[in-house]
Design a protein around this ligand. Structure first.
Ligand code: SF4
Length: 469
């Protein structure tokens, strides 16, 4: 592995925290099994899944569950309407349910899943990053972004990640565990609550104050974790998000983006689900020599195979695949790589989202220079490939691409919104984790295109603008 000359002396080739399949225990409630699920299994048996929540089940499952608990089955519809339709979790506000039942019912089916450890804002109030503690102490993050025409949340699908991409902050800690369906859904519901409260601004018009829709509309699975390694729960979460209330949140599937680092069997399987969500493929290199190093799972599924799977997805879904490419100085930003990428993508239903690597103090990875970035874009466009460069939305709060690595606030790293530059992931960086800290996330795929690369956030605003994973 790792035979590319350019990487020698740049990338540590040891300690890539990819959990071998045999070292992880597949989740017991996942019925699919197989090597992909094994990669996303609960790491080393240390992690416990949370209590069951109504969002783990479809409506029929909730009715049966409540009947088993001795409640009227239709209470499932009532409480689901509160949770998904009205964004209400406080039993006291559920006045259509008899007072004697409310608390007991809510305690049973709405156990608290996410405890907010901190929230930070930047971009004039348009970006809000939340750090959540899960029931077992695991930490995950989500990022909410407001725009004049939409509200997007980037959610985590795993606590940590087992894929081991060396430039990624999340990947450096390895996988702790998969999130449950409800833990994923609840990140979206909590974000929808914030959007509905009206505190988001669009960050336009000279900073704070731009108006933003009050309804959350877009979800990108580009936070912590490899979504397709937690396949069954991520797909269930997608179904919950697109089902109309009281079954789910009623979002448009076309406003959802699922990212992957390239788990080929899972991409094919996702194509068969007939969910018109956008697929974002974190490619980062057009050649196997380099991609083997940047994205270790490439040793299992090569570039050609991953792209074939992406085109299969595009053909079946009719959706343009977003190709995420973090531009790393002197690593993957050479003109010949732009040309090679252009040849691979020309004529395909694809769009390239270039993600300038975010600056991370102490990291050995650096962003490409602007002239190099411009030349990369020029060559791709010359090949007829739609290309955007992602925005740096969230950079101040480490919510940008490659910067997600949930850590508890420390004296040196924690600062509240409005109190100056915050460096959440900084605690990781400051302690000398010298390997890159990147996780990209980008944000919306279509249109203005923000996308996530597996861990950061970005926002692409089209040609001439900026773009993210
Ligand atoms: S880039 Fe994505 S897949 Fe790779 S280690 Fe980071 S979170 Fe995991």
């Amino acid at each position: 592995m790792h035979g590319h000359g350019k990487m020698v002396g740049v990338m540590p080739t040891t300690a890539l925290p990819v959990l071998p399949a045999e070292a992880v225990t597949p989740p017991t409630d996942v019925t699919v099994g197989g090597p992909v699920e094994a990669l996303g299994g609960q790491g080393r048996g240390r992690a416990a899944m949370p209590p069951q929540h109504l969002a783990d089940l479809d409506l029929a499952g909730r009715r049966a569950w409540l009947a088993d608990l001795g409640h009227k089955a239709y209470r499932a519809d009532q409480i689901s309407r509160h949770y998904f339709g009205r964004l209400v979790r406080d039993p006291a506000a559920m006045t259509d349910i008899p007072g004697a039942d409310r608390d007991r019912l809510a305690a049973a089916v709405l156990p608290p899943l996410l405890t907010q450890v901190r929230e930070r804002t930047c971009d004039g109030g348009a970006t809000r990053k939340s750090l959540w503690r899960l029931h077992d102490g695991s930490l995950v993050e989500s990022v909410l972004m407001g725009y004049p025409d939409r509200v997007t949340v980037c959610v985590s699908s795993q606590a940590g990640c087992g894929m081991g991409c060396p430039f990624c902050a999340t990947g450096q800690g390895g996988l702790r565990r998969n999130l449950s369906t409800a833990e994923i859904v609840d990140q979206v519901v909590r974000a929808a609550e914030v959007a509905a409260s009206g505190v988001l601004s669009s960050g336009h018009g000279g900073g704070a104050g731009g108006t933003v829709p009050s309804r959350l509309s877009h979800v990108v699975f580009m936070g912590m974790g490899e979504p397709l390694a937690n396949y069954a729960r991520v797909v269930a979460a997608v179904r919950r998000l697109i089902a109309p209330p009281p079954e789910g949140l009623g979002l448009s599937a076309r406003h959802l983006t699922v990212s992957t680092v390239g788990l080929v069997p899972a991409i094919h399987r996702l194509a068969e689900e007939n969910l018109p969500v956008t697929l974002a493929l974190s490619l980062h290199a057009p050649d196997d020599d380099l991609r083997d190093e940047l994205v270790p799972i490439n040793e299992r599924w090569k570039v050609a195979e991953v792209l074939e799977a992406a085109w299969d997805y595009a053909a079946r879904s009719g959706r343009r695949v977003s190709i995420e490419y973090a531009l790393i100085r002197d690593v993957n930003d050479q003109p010949w790589r732009a040309d090679l990428l252009g040849r691979l993508l020309a004529g395909k239903l694809a769009h390239v989202n270039l993600i300038p690597l975010n600056p991370t103090p102490g990291s050995r990875w650096d962003a490409s220079t602007k002239p190099v970035e411009r030349e990369f874009v020029r060559r791709l466009r010359a090949a007829g490939v739609a290309t955007t460069v992602r925005d740096t939305r969230g950079r101040e709060i480490d919510g940008a691409c490659g910067q997600l690595a949930a850590s508890e606030p420390t004296r040196s790293s924690y600062s509240l919104a409005g109190q100056g530059p915050a460096r959440g992931v900084g605690s990781v960086i400051d302690t000398g984790a010298s390997v890159a800290q990147t996780r990209s996330l980008v944000q919306d795929p279509v249109g203005r295109t923000g996308r996530l690369v597996q861990s950061g956030w970005a926002d692409s605003r089209g040609p001439g603008g900026k773009a993210k994973r």
